[in-house]
Ligand binder design. Structure first.
Ligand code: ZN
Length: 333
């Protein structure tokens, strides 16, 4: 009889353990399935902030916990509290303007965007904010609900000395931090000078030489955005493509899905490209062409996740699966 009870207890223990392991294996599998193939998880950055008892948590989970904490505490990235549900029939356009405040380029761009009621994100450089005019201009952009001011470092990569800038991640991070108060940065959103590198959604993508700096920014709660398409310019701040060519480019890149997230496109322009009347007209025409397409919705980068990726949390993924079974809306990651 004793032997019977003993065997029964052993069996229970074994079965219980195997259940636990199954759950654990399942959790790991589902996490791996959701981790993108391209890009590297920001492992070492995350592990520094990870409590010891959460060693089983994936970097993705950890990242989401951090984003949630930031939202709850109001620290880090400020996002719109109202969750905007993505309309999959729409394309989301994120106009980003680099290197301001510059005169007259930044002022001209701001005026044109305002005329057209178009949202945009200005990636500004701390050291460019000198003098009353540029100070007032930066403040007026910061206070306009159409726009956000984001961090493009204080010195623009030690005055375009990129190889030095990206070899010294600690100093580079300090440079970004110095720009925060100067520009009155409200959203922890950054773009690296001279590098198309992304550090969002717990993965690094783009130019590897900038990964160390991107990780540093990520470790203090920043979202680092590169771009999907650039409106290029040459010496004398002359735009390379015409407005029509650029609008076509945007359309093609979106249709082919060659963007960081499906249905979303981050467009890079530089303020100074439009500092002459002829080129300012080109910007007007480009924006008019985009506005003409009723599938396009303009947004700022603080809404990149809420609008472009409403299913970013595990809770939402679960809901999606429950509501639409295997045909759930795919989550781009
Ligand atoms: Zn720049």
């Amino acid at each position: 009889m004793k032997l019977y009870y003993f065997s029964f207890i052993i069996l229970c223990v074994l079965s219980c353990k195997s259940d636990k392991e199954q759950v654990k294996t399942q959790a790991i599998k589902s996490t791996l399935a959701s981790v993108p193939v391209s890009g590297s998880p920001i492992k070492d950055t995350v592990s520094k902030t990870k409590p010891e008892d959460s060693s089983e948590k994936t970097t993705e989970e950890d990242y989401e916990v951090r984003v949630k904490e930031q939202k709850e505490t109001g620290k880090g990235m400020e996002t719109n509290s109202a969750r905007v549900v993505k309309d999959s029939s729409k394309y989301y356009i994120y106009i980003t303007l680099d290197d301001g405040p510059q005169l007259p380029g930044t002022q001209i761009c701001k005026d044109i965007l305002e005329e057209n009621n178009i949202k945009a994100s200005f990636f500004m450089v701390g050291s460019h904010k000198v003098g009353a005019k540029r100070n007032n201009l930066t403040d007026s952009i910061n206070n306009n609900p159409l726009f956000i001011v984001s961090n493009h470092s204080n010195s623009h990569g030690f005055d375009n000395r990129y190889s030095v800038f990206y070899r010294n991640p600690k100093r580079s991070l300090q440079d970004f931090i110095a720009a925060e108060s100067k520009l009155n940065i409200k959203h922890k959103i950054a773009r690296l000078p001279g590098r198309n590198t992304w550090a969002i959604n717990n993965k690094l993508k783009g130019e590897k030489s900038a990964f160390a700096v991107a990780k540093k920014l990520d470790s203090i709660g920043y979202y680092v955005y590169g771009w999907d398409v650039e409106w290029k310019f040459v010496r004398g701040n002359v735009p390379v493509e015409s407005a029509t060519e650029m609008a076509k480019k945007v359309e093609n890149v979106l249709k082919r899905g060659r963007t960081y997230l499906p249905n979303s496109i981050v467009i890079l322009v530089h303020d100074r490209m439009f500092d002459k009347p002829k080129h300012a007209d080109s910007l007007r025409k480009f924006l008019a062409l985009l506005k003409n397409n009723d599938k396009y919705v303009f947004e700022t980068l603080d809404n990149y996740f809420t609008v472009s990726q409403p299913s970013v949390s595990h809770e939402d993924k679960k809901k999606n699966k429950e509501s639409s079974g295997k045909n759930a809306t795919p989550v781009a990651e």
